[in-house]
Design a protein around this ligand. Structure first.
Ligand SMILES: [Zn+2]
Ligand SMILES: [Zn+2]
Length: 272
């Protein structure tokens, strides 16, 4: 099975339940041989829950050396998921160099200063206004930051959507999507397809669960080649969730390889 490039553990991510042992155990059972561990790191996160969304990077590095030994034969990649906000772009670029990461993810969990998770009112905004603003932030994130490898879950906005009508589509904000893809492609960064949104939609019985086909088509048409896959697991049941069907979906666009990062360099793996 291909690499699962986006996972969290309870040791460094305050919202994760799984331990490293549980994650490794699950990988052995499901046949996933390589896992990216990408703990949350939210600089200057607006206070909302009393949780600590940052951790000691040196301690993470030291811990990871032990994890690597005990994870074998599973290969684990030392990663981080930076939450973007406009005023911390340069801080993210600096912090990403502090320890020798394998992979650096950027994402945006916020809309007007609050996480969608507890900001469901935002879904009452007109759909195009909401999506223009959100994808516009994804574009800005990739334009302003340089020291990263992957833009994670561009469709985070879909996770808590009350119904399918507010699903983010290419046609809602083509200019913002084009800016987003232009920045990714020109900087040779990867686009993540995050299967947690797919899983959430399946659980809720939505008829559409996969990312908008027009989003994928446009990314490819603009010259995008680097796609990573991540389950965003926080508990061990999530590892590799929906991978088989997502891979089939991606293949239907002619995609024949996926990417993962090690020592901050891209590697491919075939999905024939
Ligand atoms: Zn999380
Ligand atoms: Zn995230």
């Amino acid at each position: 099975m291909v690499t699962d490039g986006h996972n969290h553990t309870r040791h460094f991510s305050p919202d994760a339940q799984q331990s490293i042992d549980e994650l490794i155990d699950k990988a052995l059972k499901t046949g996933i041989q390589r896992i990216g561990i990408t703990e949350h790191y939210e600089i200057d996160f607006p206070e909302q829950d009393g949780l600590n969304w940052m951790f000691d990077l040196d301690e993470y590095y030291k811990t990871f050396l032990d994890w690597r030994k005990k994870a074998a034969p599973i290969e684990i990649l030392m990663g981080i998921e930076f939450g973007y906000q406009s005023h911390i772009a340069s801080k993210i670029d600096e912090t990403a160099d502090k320890i020798p990461f394998d992979v650096v993810l950027l994402s945006n969990h916020l809309f007007r200063g609050r996480d969608f998770y507890d900001h469901r009112e935002c879904y009452s905004l007109p759909k195009t206004e909401l999506h223009r603003e959100y994808i516009g932030i994804m574009a800005e994130m990739c334009e302003r930051c340089d020291n990263f490898d992957v833009a994670a879950h561009y469709d985070y906005i879909n996770r808590y959507t009350p119904n399918l009508d507010s699903f983010v589509l290419y046609e809602d904000c083509p200019r913002e999507f084009d800016r987003f893809f232009e920045a990714l492609i020109s900087k040779e960064k990867a686009l993540e397809i995050n299967t947690k949104s797919i899983l959430k939609h399946k659980e809720r019985g939505f008829t559409r669960t996969m990312p908008d086909p027009e989003v994928i088509k446009r990314y490819l048409a603009m010259g995008g080649k680097m796609i990573t896959l991540g389950s965003d697991s926080h508990e061990s049941e999530g590892l590799g969730a929906c991978f088989d069907e997502t891979i089939e979906y991606l293949k239907s666009f002619g995609i024949r390889e996926l990417f993962y990062f090690k020592n901050r360099k891209p590697y491919t793996e075939g999905i024939k």
